[in-house]
Design a protein around this ligand. Structure first.
Ligand code: SDX
Length: 428
């Protein structure tokens, strides 16, 4: 293959380098396009054809349904690793040794207390507040209580900020959940595993011991791994572009949480459950909702279906679907919603509208069914997605800063009014 791309613009020919990644992905390097063509740029709404960076963290092949973190398949990691190991792998590039993992966890536990004044911010929110709005605010507010987390000009400073947020974010998640449910705010237990402690902080009742269920612990650990990173998705790109202004880690993460909240992105896991509930209330008429999803006049979309990159099964959806069956069976939970989801999936996989557009179930289609079986309320589903995605956002932010990437500042094509003179109000 030629290592150059030739573009002809208004009769003039220009050449640009072709770059190729370790998985043979090919890009035209247009870093010098505007300067070498007197101002020509590319236009690509939604960046469907545009790479924002070179990254060594996550590889996915949408056509083949492949997802790997630092070269390890999602299938292997979901089966053999735990979430903290995967967090270390994503952030630092290698699976940790026993000693590294113990130190990482100890450093995180040392940071797993939140300033008492943060409770005042939690208390200021109405119980009706959506947990994603609360957690985005609390995450940004952490900067005020940890001012040193802003100036991360060394790997050591960065490490301190990273273990701080990995220690404190689960507390903020638990406080957000407990506040909404009128429960006293809790700190869990430093002697517990990372995921065990999250569950205890969230669910411990003030008047009884918390009973650990290994099925629930393993299910949550697997779900967090499956959500941990996904290359340059909407929220990760938001974290990277915010971080490119050299704002601190916590503020950058807060922007990612807000982007994830959207129902077209991480908010879809909540929207899927609401959709399945609506279908159940409507007598389980899946065909009616399939018709709505295909009707261009109807804004309704089949939530949990379709993906910008996957034009095959989302490998995470396959794992979660299998896990949903196992976990509901192990927990002895009968959930008619699961059967409605399966019926919808079967219909969509046969329907030309979905087949022609290569619309398959994505990570959000089945995850909510497991969260619900674990006792997590629907409006907390996207917060659980954020809990899983936290190490991925951190890894991507760290890579962007260590690569000294320039501030993100896209161009545009102006299509508004050309120059015109001001009119006094009596002349308008
Ligand atoms: C996540 O990017 C990531 O990696 C994200 C994520 C991650 O881990 O970070 O994987 C997590 O966000 C998963 C996606 C969760 N969102 C949903 O489930 C919401 C429902 N899905 C759609 O809104 C949609 O599929 C998107 C947003 C996911 C992708 O949209 P695109 O890539 O912009 O595709 P598109 O909207 O241009 O759709 C192409 C065609 C259109 O029809 P035509 O105009 O060609 O006739 O497919 C149709 C769309 O109308 N379509 C759907 C559909 N998704 C796409 N029609 C009905 N139901 C759907 N769900």
């Amino acid at each position: 293959m030629s290592d150059k791309a030739t573009i002809e613009i208004k009769g003039k020919t220009y050449e640009f380098p072709i770059i190729e990644g370790t998985e043979n992905e090919v890009a035209i390097d247009i870093k010098n396009l505007r300067s070498s063509t007197e101002g020509v740029i590319t236009l690509d709404p939604g960046y469907k054809n545009t790479g924002s960076c070179e990254s060594a963290i996550t590889f996915l092949d949408g056509e083949k349904g492949i997802l790997r973190y630092r070269g390890y398949s999602i299938e292997e990691l979901a089966e053999k690793a735990n979430f903290l190991e995967v967090a270390f792998l994503l952030i630092f590039g290698e699976l940790p040794t026993k000693e590294q993992l113990e130190k990482f966890h100890a450093d995180i536990k040392a940071q797993s207390v939140v300033d008492e004044d943060v409770r005042k911010i939690v208390d200021a929110f109405p119980k009706s507040a959506h947990p994603m709005g609360v957690i985005a605010s609390l995450t940004s507010a952490l900067t005020a209580f940890n001012p040193s987390s802003v100036n991360v000009n060394s790997e050591e400073d960065m490490y301190k900020a990273i273990v701080k947020i990995l220690g404190k974010f689960p507390v903020l998640v638990a406080w957000t959940f407990r506040k909404k449910n009128g429960l006293p705010l809790d700190y869990g237990d430093k002697n517990l595993g990372y995921v065990e402690n999250i569950l205890k902080m969230m669910f411990k009742q003030p008047n009884e011991d918390y009973l650990f269920n290994p099925i629930v612990i393993n299910a949550l650990d697997k779900l967090l791994i499956l959500h941990a990173d996904h290359e340059q998705n909407c929220s990760t790109s938001t974290v990277r572009i915010a971080g490119s202004s050299h704002v601190g880690l916590f503020a950058s993460l807060s922007t990612g949480i807000s982007a994830l909240w959207g129902p077209l992105h991480g908010g879809a896991n909540q929207a899927v459950l609401e959709m399945l509930e609506a279908i159940k209330e409507d007598g389980g008429d899946t065909e009616k909702y399939m018709a709505k999803a295909k009707d261009k006049e109807d804004p309704f979309r089949l939530m949990g279906f379709g993906h910008r990159v996957y034009k095959n099964f989302d490998p995470r959806a396959k794992i979660i679907k299998k896990a949903a069956d196992e976990i509901l069976n192990d927990l002895g939970v009968e959930d008619p919603i699961l059967n409605i989801a399966k019926a919808l999936e079967q219909e969509a996989l046969k329907d030309p509208y979905f087949v022609d557009r290569k619309l398959y179930p994505n990570v959000d289609f089945y995850s909510g069914i497991i969260y619900r079986a674990m006792g997590i309320p629907t409006d907390m589903f996207t917060v659980m997605f954020a809990l899983g995605r936290l190490p991925g956002w951190i890894a991507q932010w760290r890579e962007m800063r260590l690569n000294n990437e320039p501030i993100g500042r896209p161009r545009q094509i102006y299509v508004g009014e050309t120059l015109r003179s001001f009119k006094t109000i009596d002349k308008r």
